[in-house]
Unconditional design. Structure first.
Ligand SMILES: Cc1cc2nc3c(=O)[nH]c(=O)nc-3n(C[C@H](O)[C@H](O)[C@H](O)COP(=O)(O)O)c2cc1C
Length: 394
């Protein structure tokens, strides 16, 4: 399943432990974090979202100076415009009070994010084909087959984030080397290929284990599982469900090497913030964060307008952080946030790997340590049923 094609390594050749540090745009994914994860035997990622191609290139250079292990870079797909200009204007009026409170003007929705509207996608691809990295992953869509082929020719493993079976099929048809299966538990933005405010009404998305099982039967690609994973035993569970690796974001967010704001790190385990929710309040695209005042007040009517809302609120969020007020910040977090441990990234990878080993050993031993599987008890119940063929009903 994880076999290499041509000159491209198999995704499983890129790490010692099946632990991927999720790319996290917005400051957390510093080269120091990615390099520390790689040194410990996991797979580290840089996040190129919201950066210029030049800034991405500089981070790659820094990471290369810190580790000679393979690491990945994550790109945002350019977004087809979905924003309703009138709805964006209404939201601007609704945020006027926030602007006065934080003494920060609302950003220009056309240019306020400091990018050229498509997040510098073509420029970043040009850098990554000229100076290849081991892995390039994508979110918010699936690249054209030509892009995936060009990266493969450069020896790069390509990974497309998917949140449904249909998106996984699209990624397979386009020629992705692997998919990152993102469950609804995940922190940060949902990687949905198209933000359709009508499609997700009343049904925010599938939980990781349900989605993983469905994607596994629909496509023949290596799967990386993401969403709510905080312990080695959960990694064992997703490996048992067919994944080749687990991708963790929130768990790495609190590491000292992460560049996340200290207020954000602290809030993850603060009893003041016990819940997460999916919201468009900060960026206009559904993302999971800790429920704070801003999310509670503006989430219910925030429009589907990414990146316009992201640009509009960027200055507010920075001002809230400067004022030391987590109630006005985007506190991205997965559902497992309360289990975050402040360990160095290297120690976290090793701890997760040890927990994974322990969980696997416990599985082999069976309930009550009876060593059921190892002693052949499993055989007494007959051989396992053959998995259904692709396309057959399960
Ligand atoms: C702060 C933060 C920023 C994120 N930024 C990105 C990103 O730039 N690109 C991406 O593909 N995923 C991003 N994600 C999502 C992760 O790739 C991953 O799906 C998620 O962290 C998994 O859930 P967990 O946080 O519960 O581990 C982000 C997640 C967080 C928490």
């Amino acid at each position: 399943m994880a076999a290499a094609t041509g000159g491209v390594p198999a995704v499983t050749d890129l790490f010692r432990y099946p632990i991927v540090q999720a790319p996290m745009a917005g400051g957390a994914s510093r080269p120091e974090l990615a390099a520390a994860v790689c040194r410990a035997g996991g797979l580290g990622f840089l996040a190129a979202g919201h950066k210029t191609p030049e800034a991405m290139y500089q981070e790659i250079r820094v990471a290369r100076g810190l580790t000679d292990r393979p690491f990945g870079v994550n790109l945002f797909l350019p977004q087809r415009p979905v924003a309703d200009a009138a709805a964006v204007a209404v939201y601007r009026e609704q945020l006027a009070g926030e602007s006065s409170w934080y003494a920060a003007p609302l950003g220009d929705t056309d240019t306020g994010g400091g990018d050229d509207g498509d997040d510098g996608y073509e420029g970043k691809l040009a850098v990554l084909t000229e100076t290849p990295v081991a892995v390039v992953s994508f979110t918010f869509g699936c690249p054209d087959a030509g892009v995936l082929r060009a990266l493969a020719r450069a020896g790069t493993v390509t990974v497309v984030t998917v949140t449904s079976v249909a998106e996984a099929r699209t990624a397979e048809a386009a020629g992705a080397a692997a998919v990152c299966v993102q469950g609804v538990e995940a922190g940060g933005h949902r990687g949905t290929h198209r933000d359709d405010p009508y499609a997700d009404r009343g049904s925010p998305g599938l939980g990781l284990l349900t989605l993983l099982a469905q994607v596994r039967e629909a496509v023949d690609l290596p799967l990386i599982a993401a969403g709510g994973l905080m312990r080695g035993a959960q990694i064992a569970a997703v490996l048992a469900a067919g994944a080749v690796a687990a991708q963790l974001g929130t768990a790495f967010l609190v590491c000292p090497e992460s560049g996340a704001d200290p207020l954000h790190k602290r809030a993850l385990t603060d009893p003041l913030f016990p819940h997460t929710e999916l919201t468009r309040a900060f960026t206009g695209r559904p993302a999971r964060g800790l429920v704070n005042r801003f999310l509670r007040e503006h989430g219910p009517y925030a429009p589907a307008a990414y990146p316009q809302v992201h640009r509009m609120t960027a200055g507010l969020r920075r001002a809230a952080a400067r004022a030391g007020d987590p109630q006005g910040m985007a506190l991205w977090a997965g559902q497992g946030h309360r289990m975050a441990r402040t360990l160095s990234a290297e120690r976290l990878v090793r701890t997760l790997a040890a927990e994974l080993d322990e969980a696997r050993a416990a599985l082999l031993e069976g309930p009550g340590g009876s060593a059921a599987a190892a002693s052949g008890t499993a055989d007494a119940a007959g051989p396992p049923a053959a998995p259904p063929q692709k396309g057959e009903p399960a």
